[in-house]
Ligand binder design. Structure first.
Ligand code: SF4
Length: 187
């Protein structure tokens, strides 16, 4: 009997099969989530005008499935921090983030939210990542609408590649927990 006549033995392990379906479900959920973002705009300063511009017809953020602002953290999955955050605002921002359900993502809109910007003083938080995890930083003072859309597409790519579980485990999504671990380690 020639070697070519021997049929290879197929071994199917239960874990491998589960892994395949988990990946399939995760991909589907990722695809759905990245094109249905509900934004909570935490706008405090001049960057708010740029946020309005991105939402308006010329740049039309709805083309990316992120057109509905939600003013309740419980109905939002994307926290967009738009503008300067001073130290008195910090606990409020943290509370808003904590009230959002998982999975959730955070975008730092502009240099003030990302690093405090040119407000290098005792009253301003030097970057929101000191209190909450950030997924995407958008530079600029203020950032142009095109930059915001670029940042949004980056976030969508990130969401699409994350592991999404069918059942909510109550755990934060991968990126957020990674960042939270880094924060608690003081890095
Ligand atoms: S980044 Fe510039 S435009 Fe945006 S809130 Fe700060 S100072 Fe204003």
């Amino acid at each position: 009997m020639a070697d070519t006549d021997i049929a290879p033995i197929m071994v199917t392990r239960r874990e491998e099969a589960t892994g395949f379906f988990q990946k399939l479900v995760s991909k589907g959920l990722g695809w759905a989530r990245k094109y249905s973002l509900f934004t909570y705009p935490y706008a405090t300063a001049c960057c708010g005008m740029e946020y309005m511009s991105v939402a308006a017809s010329r740049h039309d953020i709805s083309r990316f499935g992120a057109e509905f602002p939600r003013f309740s953290p419980r109905q939002a999955d994307l926290l967009m921090v738009v503008g300067t955050i001073n130290l008195k605002q910090a606990p409020i921002l943290k509370r808003v983030y904590e009230q959002m359900t998982e999975p959730k993502w955070v975008v730092a809109f502009g240099v003030c939210a990302s690093s405090g910007g040119f407000y290098d003083n005792y009253a301003v938080l030097q970057g929101i990542d000191r209190i909450i995890p950030v997924d995407v930083y958008i530079p600029g003072c203020p950032p142009r609408p095109e930059q915001v859309l670029d940042g949004l597409m980056l976030l969508q790519e990130k969401i699409g590649n994350q592991v999404h579980r069918l059942r909510d485990t109550g755990q934060p999504n991968q990126t957020a927990s990674d960042h939270a671990r880094m924060l608690s380690a003081g890095k």
